[in-house]
Design a protein around this ligand. Sequence first.
Ligand code: PMP
Length: 451
Amino acid sequence: MAKKNVKVLPAARQILDMNAFDAGAHTGALNPLLERRIANVGASAVLFYREPIEVVSASGSWMTAADGKRYLDFYNNVPSVGHTHPRVVAAVTDQIGRLNINTRYLNSVVDLYLDALKARFPASLSNVVLSCSGSEANDLALRIAAATSGGTGIIVSENAYHGNTSIISDISPSALKRRGLPDHVVTVAAPSNAGQSDSIENAFAADIKRAIAELGRRGHKLSAFICDSIFSSDGVYADPPGFLRKAIETVHKAGGLYIADEVQPGFARTGDAFWGFARHDVMPDVVTMGKPMGNGFPMAGLVTRPELLERFCEDTGYFSTFGGNPVAAAAGMAVLNVIDEEQLQENALRQGNHIKERLRDVAAKDDRIAEVRGAGLFLGIELCRSGKRDQPDAEVASSVINGLKDRGVLIGAAGKFGNTLKVRPPLSLSEEEADIFVDRLADTLSALPAA
Ligand code: PMP
């Protein structure tokens, strides 16, 4: 029987599969380096693009491929102060030539950095644990939450990604392929106004309340609500600032912790504030960070209140061989200094607003752009079937990504259906580079057949 007026949504997409190279679908000969990579890493290969790019060098907002082609990097939010920034390179080079050691020894480079990092947070978040990856930071955050709350239940957004350890994969719906979420994890929809009659703040708090009740029915007391403060993998949801307030109140009333995952939005990217949570005027119990922290030098960490860390450390010994090493601290310090001296937070706001304004003109002429969201240099461009805002179009997103790549611009996708373009260039972006992106996006869209 024909179904009338039934909206058929595409299947949800796994975050690591979006825009990925697919060896199975590849036709023709593999280039030798690609063949070698696949032979080396097997099923864990996560290469980008239908035809992966071999990159050999980078500077500022640009990466150069082995064939000499230059790409404007609008994807990579790790080299946030610009690829190979000379200040970061000099700091790392100097320190690795002097000493690199673990945190069982005193070293002033490390403590100068910890002081500088803590100065960016509310005073109550005065203990820092440094690690090597965002996953490790989130893993520790969950363990601190369990020790503090005595609970086991976790709330996450429905397409969240928080990392790759065992307990963190369990709270990363977008990384799970065949199995569903475990019993102690309940999801909430990303905070958007789609289909809501109430304010985003009220609707999101009501969702959190429902999730707490669901955990209760399953016999789990709330341990934590963890969210990426700009809901990156859910499709970039930033506005209106403050929409997290009531949700966090609800979490705290239920005895749970609020963990702010700043791995993507942190370190000035949103332009409005240094941290994504600060845009919402909320107070996290734990903040985790990573990616841009060392501008490519692998480092991550968390900040929390001393009593929470004490409670966890009473039960469990915790040490990391590489976490908090002086070379990482030197990289991290250079990043903080460059953000300040080059006024990159202000630049992120200025260039982000410029891109948003120009994208409004593009959207006015192309009804496949459903919405442009985001803050500073973290924007999401949601794509849909022509004029049908409720019909996500991941195919057009994929064609735009590959079309932009041909035109020398690198960009990725996010969102439950993989139909939101993620715009995350270095914070040092110039207006000229911002315009190159918008012009090439408009060219790419106009070269695609109407959907
Ligand atoms: N949290 C978020 C929001 C992330 O995007 C990521 C990485 N994509 C992580 C945590 C995990 O960080 P890492 O890959 O450094 O372990």
